[in-house]
Write a protein that binds this ligand. Structure first.
Ligand SMILES: Cc1ncc(COP(=O)(O)O)c(C=O)c1O
Length: 377
C-alpha cells in the first residue's frame, strides 16, 4: 500500500528519511550486529546515541548552559504532577492560564497534590478559541504555567507572558521545535515526543538548574522517579530510558537540522498553515470555517467545521452535522488522508500538520476539501 498523509494529533507522522534510516539500521546498528532495540542502555554503542540526542536538543533549541536537558517517561501527563511536586515548594501557590483541556488537567493535578492554584485567566467564555492576553503575571507564586500550543483547541501563544522573577513553565508538547523559542524566558519547558520529535515513550524536559530541588525538598511524598534531581544527577539514566525512542528522536533532530533548524521549521510550517487557513477563511460559499480566532491560531493543529455545524441542537441538525462529518472523514481516508476526525470538544475535523507533514500533504487535503464541498454544498 502507498503511504498515506497522516493528520493525526499524536502519535503523528515522522519524516520518511528518518523511517528509512531506522529501517536500514534495524538488524545491524553501526556494525554491532544488533538493533538499537536490543542494546543495553549502559553499552558503549548506546551511550553516544543518548549523548548526541541531548547535544542536538541543546544545539537546535539554543539551550543556555545553566539548563538541564532531561529525557523522562510518563508523557506530558506525568509532567503535570512533576511540575507541581518539584516547583510548588516555597509558597505552595501557582498561577495557571486556562486555555483548554491540557492546561485544565495540569491545574487539576497540581491542586490534587495540594498546590494552591490560581486560574489567573481563561478563554473558557468562547470555548477556548483564543489565547487570553496576559501581559504581566505578579504575585507570590512558585511558578506560572501555560500550555503554549493547545492541541485540541488549535490555539497557540503569539507572545510570552512577562512573569518577572516567577519561573514560567510551558507545555510545548505540540509545538516543540516547530519554531524558534527563547529558552531563557522559561524556567521549565516540557514536551511529550510523539508529535514533533519521535514515537511515543519519551518526554523532553528542559529545566533551569537552580529550580531543581533536592529529592527530599520536593513536596511531601514525591516518589524518587518524579524528582527532576533523580534524572538530572544521572544523565537521564537513573533507570532504563526508552532507548529506541531516544535513538529515533536523535534522527529526527538531525533531520530538523538538515532542513534549516527551528527557523527552517517555522518557514515550512507557516507555509503549510497559511495555505490551509487561507482556504478556510476564503472558501467559496463558506462551506468550511476555522474555529479559532486570528492572532491565536496554531501552526500545528487546525480544527475546522462545515456549514452544517450551525450550533443548533435539535435532533435533525445534529444528525445532519454528524452525517457530513462522518462522510468527510471516511471519504478523506479513502483518498489517502487519514486521522482527520475532530476532537469531540470542538467537533468537525482537525488537521494536525506537524513538522514532518509536507506542503504536498496539505495541498492534497485542500484539493480534497474543495471536491467534498462541491459535492455536498
Ligand atoms: C499539549 C499537550 N499536553 C499534554 C498532553 C498529554 O500528553 P501524554 O499523552 O504524553 O501524557 C498532550 C497530548 O496530546 C498534549 O497535546
Amino acid at each position: 500500500m502507498a503511504r498515506v498523509y497522516n493528520f493525526s494529533a499524536g502519535p503523528s507522522c515522522l519524516p520518511e528519511e528518518v523511517l528509512q534510516a531506522c529501517a536500514a539500521e534495524m538488524m545491524d546498528y553501526n556494525g554491532t550486529g544488533q538493533s538499537v532495540m536490543e542494546m543495553s542502555h549502559r553499552s558503549k554503542a548506546y551511550e553516544p546515541i543518548i549523548q548526541d540526542a541531548e547535544a542536538m536538543v541543546r544545539k537546535l533549541m539554543n539551550v543556555p548552559d545553566n539548563y538541564k536537558v532531561l529525557f523522562v517517561q510518563g508523557g506530558g501527563s506525568t509532567q503535570f504532577a512533576m511540575v507541581a511536586e518539584n516547583l510548588g515548594i516555597h509558597t505552595g501557590k501557582a498561577a495557571y492560564i486556562e486555555t483548554g483541556v491540557w492546561a485544565k488537567k495540569a491545574a487539576a493535578e497540581a491542586k490534587k497534590l495540594g498546590v494552591e492554584v490560581d486560574i489567573i485567566a481563561s478563554s473558557k467564555d468562547k470555548n477556548y478559541s483564543y489565547i487570553p492576553k496576559v501581559e504581566k503575571i505578579e504575585g507570590d507564586y512558585d511558578y506560572a504555567y501555560i500550555c503554549f500550543n493547545n492541541t485540541i483547541m488549535g490555539t497557540h501563544y503569539e507572545y510570552i507572558p512577562d512573569t518577572g522573577n516567577i519561573p514560567l513553565v510551558a507545555d510545548i508538547s505540540s509545538c516543540v521545535l516547530s519554531e524558534p523559542l527563547d529558552v531563557s524566558k522559561f524556567g521549565l519547558l516540557f514536551a511529550g515526543a510523539q508529535k514533533n520529535l519521535a514515537p511515543a515513550g519519551v518526554t523532553l524536559v528542559i529545566i533551569r538548574e537552580d529550580l531543581i530541588p533536592e529529592v527530599e525538598n520536593c513536596r511531601a511524598g514525591t516518589p524518587t522517579m518524579l524528582a527532576y534531581k533523580t534524572h538530572a544527577d544521572n544523565d537521564s539514566m537513573y533507570n532504563t530510558p526508552p532507548c529506541y525512542t531516544i535513538y529515533v528522536l536523535g534522527k529526527v533532530l538531525h533531520w530538523i537540522e538538515a532542513n534549516g533548524g527551528a527557523e527552517g521549521m517555522l518557514k515550512r510550517n507557516k507555509e503549510k498553515a497559511d495555505y490551509l487557513y487561507n482556504y478556510l477563511d476564503n472558501n467559496e460559499g463558506n462551506f468550511y470555517h476555522a474555529t479559532t480566532e486570528i492572532g491565536s491560531r496554531s501552526l500545528m493543529n487546525v480544527p475546522f467545521l462545515t456549514k452544517y455545524s450551525t450550533g443548533a441542537t435539535d435532533e435533525a441538525s445534529l444528525a445532519k452535522e454528524k452525517e457530513i462529518n462522518d462522510k468527510f472523514v471516511k471519504e478523506a481516508a479513502a483518498a489517502g488522508l487519514v486521522n482527520l476526525k475532530g476532537h469531540r470538544l470542538v467537533g468537525g475535523m482537525r488537521a494536525s500538520i506537524y513538522n514532518a507533514m509536507t506542503l504536498d500533504g496539505v495541498k492534497a487535503l485542500v484539493d480534497f476539501m474543495k471536491k467534498f464541498a462541491k459535492e455536498n454544498a
